[in-house]
Design a protein around this ligand. Structure first.
Ligand code: NAD
Length: 417
């Protein structure tokens, strides 16, 4: 049995990852640390709460004492770090908490992990000492405080690739896997794709804080030889996403018969990935990715926001007739299918979408609103490295994944067809 620390698991991606990982790896104990901010919800993990290999701890990744306690108490042998402030709009209004959680929190975790693992002779010391070509020497732990046990660089300074032993499949070296975003690369022109070599150019406080955290992780590999990997993923969608994000916002407002807000001209492009395909990519990189490397994860499903909303409206048109729901609370929508049926006869008439005839479709609800400040125009991932090196492939394309997602939301709102 090996204990792995997962952070931020009550959020969207983490809560999809936990049941997948628990089922696939019977030899792992999963210790979950989450502060339960507005974005975390234990309901998302209901199916796991009584699982014998699942432990939930409410707490802050910035709390060093707590993180150290968890490493010691559970003898943590791996970390998959999801926890973050993740919503770009919030980062524009309140950037400070993004720096605190995403930068300081990531630093706290990786620093505690490094210091805990360095003390395990079987983990790092032996790997360093047997590798005679290695450029680092260990400080003598008997003469230093635990907080000062970083190896010191020697005068020789070989290329990074020869500096540390590479992780091979099945290695027992504890690994720190940092989950990040393609937004660190900034915005794209109409033809290029983000590769792992694309220079970082973050444009929002969110992406800047994630870029900073990626750099901290990189430094712990380059400087201290920590066994790290980073994955930079495109936009996820699927079950359990927080209401504030684009796709849940579209579905919720449509089902309520409310205007569906779309930023600017709706032509910003994102590359969409079904959340379970992201989880499978994380699994592959965590277990088989090369030490110190970054892998991009993306579904090759580029869509404008307008294409996304159109597609969702078309599917909803087939599944649930348009209703007017502006005076109804979401709770009543959730709990009362009768209310829904009684409202189905009504039609919404406020229509901003140019091509649609009045009252015929959910598309009629689309409303263009003032654009987000600094809104990146296009993101698109080249996932060749992950596909070729580790054999990853997305199982869902957008057309199949979005149907599953909508069905999950209809079920959540008690509207099953
Ligand atoms: P989310 O906002 O749904 O969940 C974040 C979770 O982190 C929540 O459960 C929250 O309670 C927890 N959290 C926040 N601050 C914390 C703190 N200080 N200590 C402990 N827990 C804390 O996020 P998500 O969409 O699931 O994203 C997970 C990770 O994936 C993030 O690192 C994000 O940057 C990255 N990512 C997300 C997407 C996407 O489309 N959602 C795409 C690429 C990368």
């Amino acid at each position: 049995m090996k204990s792995i620390l997962l952070t931020g698991t009550a959020g969207f991606i983490g809560s999809n990852f936990v049941p997948y990982f628990l089922e696939k790896y019977p030899n792992y104990n999963l210790v979950n640390l989450d502060l339960l901010t507005y974005a975390g919800d234990l309901q998302n993990l209901k199916e796991c709460e009584n699982h014998p290999r699942y432990k939930f701890i409410k707490g802050d990744i910035c709390n060093r004492e707590l993180v150290e306690f968890i490493f010691n108490e559970y003898d943590i042998r791996g970390v998959i770090h999801f926890a973050a402030e993740s919503h770009v709009d919030n980062s524009i209004k309140n950037p400070g908490v993004f720096v605190q959680t995403n930068v300081t929190g990531t630093f706290t975790l990786v620093d505690v992990a490094y210091k805990y693992w360095m003390e395990k002779p079987f983990v790092y010391k032996e790997r360093f000492l047997v590798d005679s070509s290695h450029s680092f020497r260990m400080t003598d732990s008997s003469h230093s405080e635990p907080n000062h046990r970083h190896p010191e660089p020697s005068s020789r300074h070989p290329e990074p690739s020869s500096r540390h032993p590479e992780r091979s499949e099945g290695s027992n070296l504890p690994r720190f896997h940092h989950i990040s975003t393609d937004e660190v690369y900034g915005t794209l022109n109409e033809t290029d794709l983000f590769t792992e070599k694309t220079p970082y150019a973050p444009n929002s406080p969110y992406s800047a804080s994630k870029a900073s955290s990626d750099m901290i992780i990189r430094a712990y590999n380059e400087t201290y030889g920590l066994n790290t990997v980073i994955t930079n993923c495109s936009n996820n969608y699927g079950p359990k996403q927080h209401d504030e994000k684009l796709i849940p916002t579209i579905i919720r407002n449509a089902l309520k018969g409310n205007p569906i807000p779309i930023y600017g001209d709706g032509k910003n492009i994102r590359d969409w990935l079904y959340v379970l395909d992201h989880c499978k990519g994380i699994d592959l990189v965590y277990h088989n990715g090369k030490k110190g490397e970054t892998y991009n994860i993306g579904g090759r499903n580029e869509r404008t926001n307008l294409q996304i909303v159109d597609k969702i409206c078309e599917i909803l048109d087939e599944k649930v007739p348009l209703i007017r729901h502006s005076e109804q609370s979401e709770e009543s929508l959730r709990t009362s299918t009768e209310t829904l049926h009684s409202l189905r006869s009504l039609r919404v008439t406020n229509l901003c979408h140019p091509e649609q005839s009045e009252g015929s479709s959910y598309k009629d609800l689309i409303t263009f609103v003032e654009d987000r400040a600094g809104h990146d125009r296009r993101y698109a991932i080249d996932a060749t490295k992950l596909e070729n090196e580790l054999g990853w492939k997305a199982d869902e394309n957008f057309d199949t994944g979005i149907v599953k997602t909508i069905e999950w939301y209809l079920n959540k709102y008690g509207i099953t067809k």
